[in-house]
Design a protein around this ligand. Structure first.
Ligand SMILES: Nc1ncnc2c1ncn2[C@@H]1O[C@H](COP(=O)(O)OP(=O)(O)O)[C@@H](O)[C@H]1O
Ligand SMILES: O=P(O)(O)OC[C@H]1O[C@H](OP(=O)(O)OP(=O)(O)O)[C@H](O)[C@@H]1O
Length: 190
């Protein structure tokens, strides 16, 4: 049986990378995998376990069919290596750091994916982005605006999205993600 693609979404700074890191070992223990994204961000500023490439290299990889999914946001290109298809065929669950804006396309390719939206209160998000210090103030404001777009009522137009709050301790969020995986193990949940 194919594994399940866990498509994690959430605003920049909501804690997707932190959650992915904290959930890596617990996921491995249920034969799950975490995928490394390819990003056109310099290696020094990647800030996550990702592969930083130039725009030219990204385009070459995309044209060769190296990506299962790819999108553009914040002036950057993001790619999910096609290797995830092998893991899924092996029956392994795969956690990816996805994009809310790309969910519809991702669903077309992976109709049974598990959509998980990481949420965080606006003020907490602002504080975390400032503390992380990776973006300029203008970039932080742009991320907050993008967050508000998506946190409007029924933002993704799909009530089947699982919401996971990360305004509190990361350990609590990890526990809730694992609960969600158990709860949503039945194939007919989405
Ligand atoms: N539950 C949490 N409690 C406190 N700080 C957190 C929590 N989750 C993430 N952070 C911090 O918030 C900042 C943004 O988290 P990060 O994982 O980089 O988010 P994202 O990958 O969604 O952009 C980081 O500095 C991280 O250490
Ligand atoms: O459509 P959206 O849901 O807004 O997502 C757009 C992109 O923003 C986030 O990446 P970012 O470069 O900010 O890195 P991050 O995941 O570390 O925040 C997210 O992982 C997506 O790749």
């Amino acid at each position: 049986m194919d594994g399940r693609l866990i498509y994690l979404m959430g605003p920049s700074g909501s804690g997707k990378d932190s959650l992915i890191e904290a959930a890596r070992q617990p996921l491995r223990s249920i034969n799950g995998e975490v995928v490394r994204r390819v990003i056109t961000r310099s290696a020094e500023s990647v800030g996550e376990d990702a592969i930083g490439v130039s725009r030219e290299e990204f385009e070459q990889r995309r044209d060769k069919g190296d990506f299962a999914l790819s999108w553009h946001a914040h002036g950057l290109d993001y790619g999910i290596p096609v290797q995830i298809d092998h893991w899924l065929e092996e029956g392994r669950h795969v956690l990816v750091n996805g994009s809310r804006g790309h969910l519809a396309e991702a669903l077309q390719r992976y109709p049974t994916l598990l959509p998980v939206l990481l949420t965080v209160q606006d003020e907490v998000l602002r504080e975390r982005l400032m503390k992380r210090g990776r973006e300029s103030l203008a970039e932080i404001e742009a991320r907050l605006r993008r967050n508000r777009l998506f946190t409007a009522e029924d933002p993704l137009g799909d009530s089947q999205i699982y919401r996971l709050d990360n305004s509190g301790e990361i350990a609590v969020t990890v526990a809730n993600l694992l609960k969600l995986l158990n709860v949503s193990a039945e194939p007919d949940r989405i």
